[in-house]
Design a protein around this ligand. Structure first.
Ligand code: ADP
Ligand code: MG
Length: 530
């Protein structure tokens, strides 16, 4: 085989050897984030090539910043990134679960069970676990949702920041909640995050409507307008800028004046058109010439210039307006509507606040230093993602490993009903789920084996009504009803975590051949075109 020319510069490992190496890579990866899990998890200090530092407790941030070469490790990082994108939480748990599934699978492989059989067992266990998971979930009220949003901030900032951010994130999610044919939908991208240096985290707040750190372009324009029509321009209202160097041949007196007068006339025409369209409010991505400011003021149009494209997009969605390239192409169909537009001065900076029919909200992030501000922004974005899922689907499950232990107990009973070797795969999957309470115990300085045994015993001795809610309370360091302790998690996060981890583990189990190029392929020189 090795003399097949195509494999000349390639390292090859096959069968068990390949699987073992791949599993080692997955375990090494899990080892890197293991200590961050849970409220007693520790932080990691990340340093990039330029020496910039970041302290984080977030599994996916650690993994995405690491320069990982191994393709299997990359597959698991990808599962964690997908978890971050879809569920905004549970990234460390996903990596731990995936690696644990693979480790347990390896034990079975060494006993002679084929990886494909294990993969089938995993798939059966996944299906069963997901249906049991939805049976374990319960509908929630607002106070539960608040606690669940707070749980997703585990390990980020201190307790008081978590409570405040959870509250503001849930308020924001409710502000962008709309009912559609597909049911209630809350789109987190409709919430703007506006960082403001100065003040403390506790000064962060939520404002209904879209807030821009912008002042109107002329002080005589009204500070406050109650409703009207808005036009959004993807360009500006400026004199034409000459492309390249242009030489004007002035042959007689007055030519230059005539040229300037024509330019002014063109600008006047644009303002006249805005007036005839009935525009009350104007926002441009680019500049508005100084003499146009006066014309707009006289026309009773309140205007803003150099508005970021992202803000224009949010305005367009909120007001139902269409962005136009320039005033000449604007028609009444492009206009949007707003409820109010006002300018207010906060902490010495003028802000423009636009309220629209479609809701929308702005989170004003405050923090004393850039690093704190960054953390507030990131934490709020995570909490918002979770809160938006919760207002769409309010089903919750108990945290602190309670749900994973409850699922493992059910899976073991289910395994008994399976006649073939797949039974072993289902049991291995059940054992893997228990990695969550074990690592939570480890990070709280408890013995993972004793803690897990105590947890399983506590669940089986508790009355049926509360048994599935008993998890490890890492603050009191003993099994507790996690609902009473307020440690609750959205069903979707746990569900997505199980799906993502199983998918990644099965993909690794399916690989039995790794071909690794020893060096980068040398590209032949591209022949020059004539
Ligand atoms: P992930 O990246 O997987 O979200 P976290 O570090 O955020 O990892 O930890 C989440 C885990 O911590 C969840 O299993 C959650 O139930 C658990 N957890 C949060 N607060 C507590 C608590 N007070 N007691 C026990 N477990 C907790
Ligand atoms: Mg988390």
């Amino acid at each position: 085989m090795s003399d097949v020319p195509i494999l000349k510069d390639t390292d090859r490992s096959t069968g068990r050897g390949a699987l073992q190496k791949n599993i080692q890579a997955a375990l090494a990866l899990a080892g890197a984030v293991r200590s961050t899990l849970g409220p007693r998890g520790l932080d990691k200090l990340l340093i990039d090539d330029d020496g910039r530092t970041m302290v984080t407790n977030d599994g996916v941030t650690v993994l995405e910043s690491a320069k990982v070469e191994h393709p299997v490790a990359k597959m698991i990082i990808n599962a964690s990134s997908v978890q971050d994108k879809i569920a905004r939480d549970g990234t460390t748990s996903t990596v731990l679960l995936s690696a644990e599934m693979l480790q347990n699978a390896w034990h079975l492989v060494t006993q002679g069970v084929h990886p494909a059989t294990i993969a089938r067992g995993f798939r059966m266990a996944e299906e069963h676990a997901r249906s049991e998971l939805s049976a374990l979930s319960f509908a929630s009220d607002r106070s539960h949702q608040l606690l669940a949003t707070k749980t997703c901030l585990t390990g980020k900032g201190h307790e008081s920041m978590q409570a405040l951010l959870a509250q503001l994130a849930l308020d924001a999610a409710e502000a962008v909640l709309v009912s559609t044919e597909r049911g209630p939908q809350a789109d987190p991208t409709r919430v703007k995050i506006l960082p403001q240096s100065g003040g403390t985290i506790g000064d962060s707040n939520l404002v209904t409507g879209l807030v821009l750190a912008k002042n109107r372009i002329h002080k005589d324009m009204p500070r406050h307008i109650k409703g009207g029509k808005i036009l959004l321009i993807d360009g500006g209202i400026e004199r034409r800028s000459m492309m390249g160097s242009v030489k004007l041949n002035v042959t007689s007196t007055g030519v230059l004046d005539a040229f300037r007068a024509k330019e002014t006339e063109l600008l006047e025409q644009q303002v006249a058109q805005l007036k005839s369209l009935g525009v009350d409010l104007l926002a441009c991505k680019e500049g508005i010439d100084d003499d146009v400011r006066m014309m707009l003021t006289d026309a009773g149009i309140k205007a803003f210039r150099r508005v970021a494209r992202s803000d224009l997009d949010l305005l367009a969605r909120g007001c139902g307006a269409t962005l136009v390239h320039d005033v000449k192409r604007a028609s009444s169909a492009d206009l949007g509507a707003f409820i109010s537009s006002k300018n207010e001065t906060w902490a010495g900076t003028v802000h423009w606040i636009v309220e629209t029919e479609e809701g929308g909200a702005t989170f004003i992030a405050r923090g004393s230093t850039e690093a704190v501000l960054g953390e507030v922004e990131r934490s709020f974005a995570d909490a918002l993602g979770v809160a938006c899922q919760l207002v769409e689907d309010a089903r919750l499950v108990a945290g602190g490993g309670a749900t994973q232990v409850a699922l493992a107990r059910r899976l073991r009973r289910y395994a008994e009903s399976i006649p073939g070797r797949e039974q072993l795969g289902v049991e291995a999957f059940a054992d893997a789920l228990e990695v969550i309470p074990r690592v939570l115990a480890e990070n709280a300085g408890l013995d993972p084996i004793d803690t897990l045994l105590n947890l399983v015993a506590a669940q089986s001795n508790a009355p049926a009504s509360s048994s599935d809610h008993i998890g490890l309370d890492v603050i009191h360091r003993k099994p507790e009803n996690m609902l009473t302790q307020g440690v609750i998690e959205p069903l979707l996060i746990i569900d997505q975590g199980i799906t993502g981890a199983t998918e990644a583990a099965i993909s690794v189990l399916r690989i039995d051949d790794v071909l690794w190029a020893k060096q980068d392929p040398v590209m032949a020189d591209v022949p020059e075109m004539d």
